[in-house]
Design a protein around this ligand. Structure first.
Ligand SMILES: Cc1cc2nc3c(=O)[nH]c(=O)nc-3n(C[C@H](O)[C@H](O)[C@H](O)COP(=O)(O)O)c2cc1C
Length: 191
């Protein structure tokens, strides 16, 4: 019997919106046969780095704060330098997602920070292969990948609404699709 692949989603969410996105990535990854997925808060991950070693794939998620990752997510990144020394996460599949309140909001800066981080660990980054949505006269805000990202999954949450309302379903479905893609990539990469 084939070994089950583990997909860990390591995320930070200050106010719950990025957590909704993280849960959608989890649902997508868990839907793939032969994959077990787990949601891990960045603070918890930083204090138990040995557990992260068990992953075949790690998806990193952070809200965009001031055009980049949050301080809380950066604390996890810095703590992970112990694993960088040993290159323990080398050749694991990696991916990233972010959420912010503005349509652009400089979210690309966050995904770039996450992808460089993964590269430092020698990980294999998997982008989002969905075509950009809502970019033509036929498009709408209900389209998957309405943010038009390729490096990873993006979501946009209304600044004055709670995580029970926003990010919208299109962004949650985009995150779900991305989780599925990462899980399938983990299976293919380790075959
Ligand atoms: C300190 C701080 C900085 C922020 N910077 C940005 C930003 O650069 N771009 C943006 O679009 N939204 C920005 N926001 C809004 C958040 O990205 C947005 O509220 C997001 O949904 C928060 O996710 P969370 O609930 O998971 O923390 C910022 C919010 C905070 C608290």
């Amino acid at each position: 019997m084939k070994h089950t692949k583990k997909v860990f989603i390591v995320y930070h969410s200050g106010y719950g919106h990025t957590k909704v996105q993280a849960e959608a990535v989890l649902a997508g990854a868990s839907s793939v046969d032969g994959v077990e997925a787990e949601l891990i808060d960045a603070k918890e991950a930083a204090s138990n780095l040995d557990h992260i070693d068990e992953a075949d794939a790690i998806v990193f998620g952070s809200p965009t704060y001031m055009g980049t990752i949050s301080a809380e997510f950066k604390a996890f990144m810095d703590a992970s330098s112990a694993k960088w020394m040993q290159q323990s996460w080398k050749n694991k599949i990696a991916g990233g997602f972010t959420n912010s309140s503005s349509q652009v909001g400089d979210k690309t800066g966050t995904l770039q920070a996450l992808s460089v981080f993964a590269a430092q660990h020698g990980m294999v980054w998997v982008g989002l292969d969905l075509p950009p949505g809502n970019n033509s006269s036929e498009g709408s805000d209900d389209n998957l990948n309405r943010m038009g990202a390729s490096l990873g999954a993006m979501a946009q949450s209304l600044a004055d609404k709670g995580p029970d309302v926003t990010p919208p379903d299109a962004d949650q479905q985009t995150a779900r699709y991305y989780g599925e893609r990462i899980a399938k990539a983990a299976i293919r990469w380790a075959a």
